[in-house]
Ligand binder design. Structure first.
Ligand code: NI
Length: 166
């Protein structure tokens, strides 16, 4: 296994819309293992393929307290959403300890494929629902900061540019 390099905002490659996965092969399984390792090394709850410069539709996540329940979801699809929740978001691709409150669906039904190629459906809420919406944004070339006001986005950009200079 190996740690993968995480693309950081404002890298334009984070804006790529990922393509569906057509085959689950050894290369994909290896990448998934590397993504787990990278996600845990950075204490992330989720990591989308886009963030490691692989533009295919899959992500890893672990929202458990024990950090021992890794999940991978291939070709994820949200088939229904319900309610509203607000929560603080951070992102391994934004860095600088930046987080802000984002409006998300409270509950959702997710359809996806696991590493064995089996299709599953799953009802999620709370952190798991937030994480899935966040990772699916990455697969569509979006970042959590895109959901903030222009004023806040400007401040974040300034803060990150300053941090990069120091
Ligand atoms: Ni993220």
């Amino acid at each position: 296994m190996a740690l993968l390099k995480i693309l950081k905002f404002p890298n334009p490659r984070l804006r790529t819309v990922a393509e569906p996965v057509h085959a689950i092969d050894d290369a994909l399984r290896r990448t998934m293992d590397d993504m787990y390792e990278t996600m845990y090394a950075h204490h992330g709850v989720g990591l989308a393929a886009t963030q490691v410069d692989i533009h295919r539709r899959f992500f890893t996540m672990d929202v458990s307290e024990s950090r021992k329940e890794p999940l991978c979801v291939i070709n994820p699809e949200i088939i229904s959403k319900e309610g509203v929740q607000y929560d603080y978001h951070g992102c391994l691709s934004v860095g600088g300890n930046i987080s802000d409150k984002i409006k998300r669906a409270a509950k959702l039904r997710l359809r996806g494929m696991d590493l064995t190629g089996k299709i599953f459906e799953w009802d999620l809420e709370e952190l798991a629902a937030i994480c899935v919406q966040h990772e699916m944004d990455h697969l569509n070339g979006l970042l959590f900061i895109d959901h903030l006001s222009r004023l806040k986005q400007g401040r974040i950009r300034e803060k990150l540019e300053k941090a990069n200079r120091e």
